[in-house]
Ligand binder design. Structure first.
Ligand code: SF4
Length: 216
């Protein structure tokens, strides 16, 4: 199973394979912890592509923190640009594992930057505020904003929590500002300029950066 991977030209490559070819380039390293997610987004790769056990990012089971650390021990962390928790599923669904790995990485190399790409719904999953747990461990959090209002957001993400999920996700983003240096929200470029402008206004209001990313 692929636990650590890197992305090149829009495709995912096992880290070990790419490092054999490109030893002198600093790579972003993605950590694939879980298939689970609290959303079922209409655009999710898991729905739109042939994603089953034959897919290389599908995990037969979730790796333990020790197994992920064992993988990292094979490499020199100085050769990595950024570590990103972003896998086939939602990384905060494996929160304890994520925190243990981030602690290991920061202890090993405090200059290493660590990012989480998330749907921002972990407060609802765990029924408590999660952002304080990221203090000193996570440098950037990238939260999928997806839409400018609760109804469209729920229609797109089809999450388990109903209309209240939109405000909960925004509250999580605001909380993150206290504990994480760089808080980014993302939308895809195909939602239209009017909707992008509305999302920009939300980000301006809560004081975070909006990143408009290409739809893959
Ligand atoms: S939050 Fe991400 S992993 Fe979860 S369903 Fe949506 S796109 Fe897929």
């Amino acid at each position: 199973m692929t636990i650590l991977y890197t992305a090149k030209n829009g495709t995912y490559t096992n880290l070990n394979d790419i490092l054999k070819e490109e030893k002198n380039i600093k790579h972003n390293v993605y950590v694939n912890l879980t298939n689970k997610c609290s959303c079922a987004c209409t655009f999710c790769l898991r729905n739109t592509k042939e994603m089953d056990k034959s897919n290389s990012l599908w995990l037969d089971r979730e790796p333990t923190s020790d197994e992920v650390i064992f993988e990292f021990e094979k490499y020199d962390l100085n050769n990595f640009n950024e570590i990103i928790f972003c896998g086939f599923g939602e990384p905060t669904m494996a929160l304890d594992t994520l925190l243990k790995i981030a602690t290991y990485l920061k202890n090993k190399n405090s200059n290493l930057t660590i990012r989480i790409n998330t749907n921002g719904l972990c407060d609802l999953v765990y029924k408590k505020e999660i952002a304080p747990l990221f203090k000193g461990l996570i440098d950037t959090i990238s939260i999928s904003l997806n839409a400018s209002n609760a109804k469209d957001y729920l229609n797109l993400t089809r999450n388990n929590f109903g209309l209240e999920s939109f405000d909960a996700m925004l509250k999580f983003a605001v909380n993150c500002k206290t504990y994480i240096p760089n808080v980014v929200m993302t939308v895809v470029d195909c939602i239209g300029q009017e909707e992008i402008n509305a999302c920009q206004a939300i980000c301006d209001k809560i004081g975070v950066t909006l990143r408009v990313r290409p739809f893959e």
